[in-house]
Design a protein around this ligand. Structure first.
Ligand code: PHE
Length: 337
């Protein structure tokens, strides 16, 4: 084949290549190891010396021509292909899904949800009150005498002389009774504040759930029954409950409630300090002075109240050893629940 028809055939073949494969075939036909242009170049050394320079120039020109035409044609073919042909990642159904960060409820609100569900199932309804509270509701109406040391027990953040951050949820009892007539059966939950020295079991902000039941003829036995049902629903039916005499200005008699340690079931371990018991809430029969403060006749009505720390319940339930973690906003902690 002379140089002229070789050039023609190169142009024609490359021009007519309809896809990558046809183009690759054309490349092999001319530029492959045994390709027509390649052989031409190889044969130069066998040609008579006088013809070699011309032959060399022609074959080099044809080689360059073929290369650049192929390059051009490749661009044309690529442009004509749909984008998906350029990058088609293999679909591997066994690859793990992207672990997207989704939000979820805070552990304290989950635990409160459980507590609430149990009490609602027992006929309690929800009540609430303000976090910035009057001294009257936080102390006075709850039978804390003026200037009495019992006020110092709850190190209080005062805002003004008669306004403070509530130190417990018990003021909600008073507010609710002012607005409603017995019978009533409520729980109230929320954040409380105490000027504590901070350590693994003390925070300046924590959470309580308060319970109050008032009717005619409410007895201590009713308190014991409701508290026992609650604890056994939350911690298991084998949990035992005991009442220990205590003091609160707004209840009489008053009792701390202990339950058998859920870890050792009462035999003694590090969680319960080897006693087998864990303190879970304060409770008692509503003091007649509290009824008087809200205009209830203590000769007609009686009632019980109890209060517990939600943080503490969550710590017991999940084996958390530092109360400061709850409001620390560390996702490594929060995402575990
Ligand atoms: N308010 C008490 C406290 O914060 C708990 C309590 C509530 C005790 C209701 C008795 C009755 O310690």
């Amino acid at each position: 084949m002379d140089a002229r028809s070789l050039e023609e055939s190169i142009r024609k073949d490359i021009e007519n290549a309809a896809n990558d494969q046809a183009l690759e075939e054309a490349r092999i036909k001319y530029l492959g190891r045994r390709g027509l242009v390649t052989s031409l170049l190889k044969n130069i050394k066998d040609a008579p010396p006088a013809e070699r320079p011309k032959l060399g120039a022609t074959s080099n020109r044809l080689k360059k021509l073929a290369e650049s035409l192929i390059e051009e044609k490749l661009t044309v073919l690529r442009a004509a292909q749909p984008a998906s042909r350029f990058y088609t990642p293999p679909h591997d159904a066994t690859l793990p899904a992207h672990d997207g960060l989704t939000g979820h409820r805070h552990v304290l609100s989950k635990v409160f949800g459980e507590i609430k569900d149990i009490f609602v199932g027992m006929g309690y309804t929800l009540a609430s009150g303000p976090q910035v509270e009057l001294e009257y509701y936080n102390f006075q109406a709850l039978n804390f005498p003026d200037e009495h040391p019992s006020r110092d027990e709850q190190d209080t953040f005062y805002i003004t002389d008669d306004m403070l951050l509530r130190t417990h949820t018990s003021p909600v009892q008073v507010r609710y009774m002012e607005e409603h007539k017995p019978p009533l059966k409520i729980i109230a939950a929320g954040r409380v504040f105490r000027n504590e020295s901070i350590d693994p079991s003390h925070a300046a902000e924590f959470h309580q759930v308060e319970g109050l039941y008032v009717d005619t003829d409410v007895a201590l036995a009713d308190l014991k029954k409701d508290v026992e049902i609650f604890i056994q629903q939350l911690f298991g039916s084998k949990t035992q409950v005991r009442f220990r005499p205590s003091f609160f200005p707004f209840t009489e008699p008053s009792a701390e409630v202990d339950m058998t340690c859920f870890v050792c079931r009462g035999s003694g371990c590090s969680v319960c300090g080897k006693t087998g018991w864990i303190e879970i809430m304060g409770s008692g029969m509503v003091h007649p002075n509290v009824f008087r403060a809200v205009g209830y006749d203590p000769d007609i009505y009686s009632g019980f109240a109890f209060g517990m720390g939600v943080d503490r319940v969550a710590m017991i339930k999940y084996g958390i050893d530092d109360i400061r973690l709850f409001l620390g906003n560390d996702l490594r902690f929060l995402s575990q629940f």
